[in-house]
Design a protein around this ligand. Sequence first.
Ligand SMILES: [Zn+2]
Length: 285
Amino acid sequence: MKLKQVSKSAWAVVDGSTYGNVGCIRLQEGVVVIDTGMTPPIAKEFRELILQEVGKPITDVILTHYHSDHVFGAQEFKNSRIIASSAMAAMYTQLLKERWSPSGLKEMVKYYSQREPEFRDKLRNLKIISPTQTFEKSMVLGKEKEIVISHTGGHTAGHSMVFFKPEHILFAGDLVFCQQYPYAGDPTNNPVDWMNTFATILEMPIETIVPGHGPLCDKEEIKIQLTYFKALETWIQNQLQKKYSLMKALENKDTSPTAPYMVKADPRLESTIERWYHFYSHTDS
Ligand SMILES: [Zn+2]
């Protein structure tokens, strides 16, 4: 695991070792962490790297969204304030009754262990840590209000992004998959919110983007993804206009727009079509 310095006061791990990328910002008051990685041992290593290389206590942890590869390390930061949007906290309440109930978690760990045997040990003592501080639309941190957290939705309903103003860095969470086909198949995915947020980001004074997955990038990456999303939106609307069923749309997937970075037959394309078909068949946009 390598903690890469992004700017004078910002760092990130973007080498894939944490699954979802993680990062941190040094303020005068202490360190603000963004996301925790996939497992408690991964988060522990990340926390120790921060203490060694950034050298201030961790005051806050911002969780961009509820996906396990971003939040399952949170128990390693339980002495810090855990910040998330209220929409995300509401999802936690629901998940703790279902997928994250004790029996649900057992099943989930079994599923992950089949994909990656090391998860059997690494997720053995997993505890879900709920946010301790929530916000509706946005929240600022720092004496000079250096950090702005905004609830964006898009990738998931409760998703947030983190802007570090003085150094023009955006921690985009899973709004940005850099040089990868994005995951847009979450049951709460909202492509309209996602594209609107891309438009907002393009207007912001941002020099470097820390994506949720893949290497550091800049606004060029957003332009590429936005162009693809717009083309896919048109294609989905076209399938709906022709009154094709979801099954028929899935059969037609080879006629959907060319996706940057997509590996052949990426199952993520199917999950995106499924979610967006459902989304656009329930909206007039
Ligand atoms: Zn995600």
